[in-house]
Design a protein around this ligand. Structure first.
Ligand code: ADP
Ligand code: TRP
Length: 320
């Protein structure tokens, strides 16, 4: 089976991205399947219009993924735009994609409902995503809940092409990563870079601790018992703690007699220990940009072999 997923380089990864997506993607590299992961810089172009920022973010995303455990010996890592066949396939797919299908997609619909004008890039974003998936004959697409609709659209587009030109594409399946229980942000809402409530995985430790100390809590007196259920400080703590440590914290909550400051300091220590190896790896990789670039170009070579074969097959199917 071929697994494929893409990650947009729209900023540094936060705890929500890691626990909600990246951790599971990386684990999949250890099975029997072939895993392809790419950095979706063409998609990011729909929101980032700053050349230095986009290329820096793309490099940072590669370094972060490798630091967090993506192993280039087991998985193929590359940059989306290094495979030009994707853009060519995107056009071919657009010719068999009904407008009504794209009008239902949430990114475009949300923008329009706010009275904002969307550009064609945002409107056709799901077709590019379909091309990303179909060009490698991908079978399994691990994504978070928010991307499920786009994989459905990809299945529809592939089906519509197959109807017109005969069986040409493998119809992929979304694999909704487990544990995507929304990681809460500092204010208890969903952690997101757009809400200013996120903690970045590779924030320097001082900044990270400062953010953790800002986690909102209720103002009950220290001695009163507290309910761990639904408490976002408790939820964040449990991401980094062992089941035993989480159990102990739940008991402390129910007994009362502690201050939230104490828990936040413990959370900062747990998070520091949790990502200590990744931080070390990151320091090492940042000092070897050529090595990182080589991993990406080797990845692109492998991906483009597959992409070229599939594109030839598709062009033949539609008479180009
Ligand atoms: P942001 O909301 O910060 O812009 P993205 O939309 O770029 O994040 O998220 C990329 C992926 O990370 C999503 O597909 C989703 O699976 C995961 N993700 C993001 N935020 C969270 C969160 N708070 N909890 C769980 N998963 C998340
Ligand atoms: N649209 C996805 C996101 O924003 C990123 C992405 C682009 C992707 N192409 C893909 C994910 C193909 C899976 C498969 O998170």
């Amino acid at each position: 089976m071929r697994i494929l997923s893409g990650i947009q380089p729209t900023g540094r990864f936060h705890w929500g991205n890691y626990f909600g997506a990246i951790r599971q993607y990386i684990e999949l590299q250890n099975g029997q399947d072939t895993a392809f992961y790419f950095i979706a810089n063409l998609h990011a172009l729909t929101t980032i219009r700053n050349r230095e920022l986009l290329s820096q973010n793309t490099f940072d995303a590669a370094v972060d993924l490798l630091s967090l455990g993506l192993d280039p010996e087991r998985a193929t890592l590359f940059v989306q735009s290094d495979i030009p066949e994707v853009s060519e396939l995107c056009w071919i797919l657009m010719t068999t994609t009904p407008m009504s299908l794209l009008e239902r997609c949430h990114a475009y619909k949300d923008k329009k409902s706010k009275g904002l004008t969307a550009d064609a890039g945002l409107f056709t974003y799901p077709v590019l995503m379909a091309a990303d998936i179909l060009i490698y004959d991908s079978e399994i697409v691990p994504v978070g809940e928010d991307q499920k609709q786009h994989v459905e659209v990809c299945r529809d587009i592939a089906g519509s092409f197959n109807n017109s030109f005969g069986d040409s594409f493998i119809i992929p399946q979304a694999y909704i990563v487990k544990d995507t229980a929304k990681v809460p942000g500092l204010d208890g809402g969903k952690m997101s870079k757009s809400y200013g409530n996120s903690v970045e995985v590779f924030d320097d430790l001082k900044t990270q601790k400062k953010k953790i100390m800002r986690i909102t809590t209720d103002s009950r007196p220290v001695e009163s018992p507290k309910d761990p259920e639904g408490d976002h400080l408790f939820q964040l703590y449990s991401l980094f703690a062992s089941p035993e440590q989480t159990q102990l914290l739940a008991e402390r909550y129910r007994k009362g007699g502690f201050g939230y400051g104490e828990i936040k300091r413990e959370l900062a220590e747990l998070a520091e220990a949790y990502f200590a190896t990744a931080r070390k790896k990151r320091d090492e990789l940042v000092s070897k940009p050529e090595y990182v670039k080589k991993i990406l170009s080797d990845g692109a070579k492998r991906a483009s072999e597959k992409a070229a074969t599939v594109l030839t097959r598709i062009k033949k199917a539609c008479g180009i």
